[in-house]
Design a protein around this ligand. Structure first.
Ligand code: ZN
Length: 461
């Protein structure tokens, strides 16, 4: 299979470091707030990467982290009065819950910065010993960018560009303004750990390098994250790890596109941040996945007002055909392997979910035709669609239950409702002749009526 490597800027044949095994790491969420759709998108993608690699026969170890100490979490802690560690734990609980609702599986290994302080400190000590880092008089420790000439290989930025992307802080304690903090001295009242450089906490970039070394050793196969992490975060991860080991850190660097809302960047400051829990209150997790995966993972996803409603509409139509096929051919257990073959072809080409999903329209057109011809191939196709596309988290539900929850309720026009009301009154008056006549009228208008003890329901014929 082929994977696009951001480091070489090419699609490359995937060959893991060790035959049959894949070590994959994706940068997770900084738990300073609730999970938004961008977090969901990235979590869904790497969950799918893992599952598809497993389908290809690889034994995958997938590690994902929570950044549970950083400036934003400390700021939130001050704002809310909840201690930083408690606040982070609380947010992790909420985010885990919402990811379960989104139907994202747990990674093989969960990593947390606060549970790896020892690993982080020893990584920094090793960098200092090798001359790639230096403690500053203020208690911070910095990475010495000049000591690592290959810096900039992933982002293609030179040192001049780098200055724009680096927040300039404690300038006087750094050798160069583009040096970045590995360890930050604690300010009064902030959460801290003891270290050889005094009380402090890790910088953000170092945690991924240190936790990777602890979980996997010196090298991994796939490293991933959002495209916004290329610089400085991933550039710095490469510098830290490769300066220390002299080996290529990750063989394949993968980066997913970003989320836009009506063409605009999604951000808290613009007030257009879409929280996952709000989306899940309105749409099925399958519709959210269908919508997000309809764009290839490297492209930006533009969320317009009708993106999720349209996705739900497609799924309702697909589930309607699945329900019909399952009711018409209840005993048919056969499959339709061609669908699985095409799916694997699409996904083997840099996880092309957009192509895999667009194939569904043709398949369901065929299902509909086979149903009209009373051909059990319809059911074989829907069996295969369920089996194959569950890897993307789709078609995992009971069709009836799905439709009951997400299919739009047909609202009858006023004219029809008036006739139905009249009929109900005739029925209550036991005027059966009139009731039957009005039932016939409704039929001509395209509606069936069903009576029950509580009243009646109208449905489109
Ligand atoms: Zn990272």
């Amino acid at each position: 299979m082929k994977i696009y490597n951001s480091l070489t800027r090419k699609k490359e044949e995937f060959v893991p470091l060790e035959e049959g095994k894949v070590k994959m790491y994706a940068c997770g969420i900084t738990v300073s707030g609730e999970a938004h759709v961008g977090h969901g998108f990235q979590a869904i993608l790497y969950d799918i990467f893992r599952k598809f690699l497993e389908k290809q026969g690889y034994e995958v170890t997938y590690a994902r982290n929570y950044t549970d100490v950083d400036d934003k979490i400390i700021a939130k802690s001050k704002e809310t009065g909840i201690p930083a560690d408690k606040y982070a734990q609380m947010m992790i609980g909420e985010i885990d819950g919402v990811m379960r609702e989104l139907d994202v599986d747990e990674p093989t290994v969960w990593l947390k910065a606060t549970e790896n302080i020892g690993n982080i400190i020893s990584f920094i000590e090793d960098l200092i010993q090798k001359g790639h880092a230096y403690p500053a008089p203020n208690g911070d420790v910095y990475f010495d960018v000049d000591s690592y000439p290959a810096y900039g290989q992933l982002s293609g930025r030179d040192k001049e560009d780098m200055l724009d992307g680096v927040r300039v802080e404690n300038d006087e304690s750094k050798k160069n303004p583009y040096d970045f903090a590995l360890w930050k001295a604690a300010k009064e009242g902030e959460i801290f750990w003891e270290s050889p450089w005094g009380k402090g906490r890790p910088g953000w970039h170092i945690e991924c390098s240190a936790m990777n070394r602890a979980a996997f050793g010196e090298q991994i196969d796939i490293h991933g994250g959002g495209r916004d992490l290329i610089f400085p975060h991933h550039e710095n991860e490469i510098a830290q790890t490769e300066a220390l080991t002299g080996k290529r850190f990750a063989k394949y660097w993968t980066h997913n596109g970003l989320i836009k809302v009506n063409g605009q960047k999604m951000s808290k400051s613009l007030g257009n941040s879409l929280l996952l829990k709000d989306l899940l209150a309105k749409y099925s997790n399958e519709a959210i996945k269908f919508a997000l995966l309809s764009t290839g993972y490297r492209g930006d996803v533009n969320i317009t007002d009708d993106l999720f409603p349209n996705a739900e509409g497609h799924l309702v139509r697909f589930y309607t055909l699945i329900e019909k096929a399952e009711e018409t051919f209840p005993q048919e257990k056969g499959l339709y392997p061609e669908i699985d073959k095409k799916f694997d072809e699409a996904m083997s080409d840099d996880f092309n979910t957009a192509l895999a999903l667009s194939d569904l329209y043709g398949y369901f057109k065929d299902v509909s035709r086979f149903l009209a011809e009373n051909d059990p191939t319809a059911r074989r196709m829907t069996n295969q669609i369920r089996a194959t596309y569950s890897l993307l988290g789709l078609f995992k539900r009971d069709a009836k239950a799905y439709l009951a929850k997400y299919a739009p309720k047909d609202e009858a026009p006023d004219e029809v409702k008036a006739v139905a009301e009249e009929r109900w009154k005739a029925r209550l008056a036991k005027d059966w002749a009139k009731s039957d006549e009005l039932r016939e009228r409704l039929k001509q208008l395209g509606y069936a009526v069903k009576d029950s003890k509580e009243g009646y329901t109208l449905s489109k014929i």
